[in-house]
Design a protein around this ligand. Structure first.
Ligand code: HEC
Length: 116
């Protein structure tokens, strides 16, 4: 019993250490919109998309505007995301397309981004 507690404690400390290392890396986790590149629609995009999952899921992608558009549709149809329409959809799409364009075209690949 005491041993199990000690092991669990050790694991927790290890997890904390792993986080201290990984979480300090730039863009490892997003907790507020200020951590994203500035641009019109940034705050809306951050809060809208991080309601269900970490924004990291979004930021590690790089897509054309058309594919981002498909992604929004997919989020709504498959995952029940509130449908984005009109001005708000335009705003969020503009931000996503400008900030996370297809990776080959952006010329810079985040070395920490998970590869699919
Ligand atoms: C209502 C909940 C919800 C909202 C809001 C939401 N998503 Fe998602 N999203 C999900 C779920 C659930 C998954 C993981 C499921 C999967 O991969 O099939 C996911 C996965 C993703 C992925 C990962 C695809 C991959 O290949 O790893 C991307 C990109 C994405 N969402 C983009 C967005 C964007 C952009 C927004 C904001 C406009 C958004 N999501 C808002 C539920 C949501």
């Amino acid at each position: 019993m005491a041993l199990r507690t000690a092991v669990a404690g050790g694991r927790r400390r290890l997890a904390a250490l792993a986080c201290a290392l990984a979480c300090a890396a730039p863009a490892a986790a997003f907790e507020s919109p200020e951590e994203l590149p500035d641009g019109e629609g940034r705050d809306d995009t951050f809060y809208f998309c991080s309601a269900c999952h970490s924004f990291t899921v979004v930021a590690r992608q790089g897509m054309s505007r058309a594919l981002w558009d498909d992604t929004l549709t997919w989020m709504s149809e498959r995952h029940g995301m509130l449908e984005l329409e009109g001005e708000e959809r335009r705003l969020i799409l503009d931000y996503l397309a400008a900030t996370y364009p297809p990776k080959a075209a952006s010329g810079w690949v985040n070395p920490f981004a998970p590869r699919n």
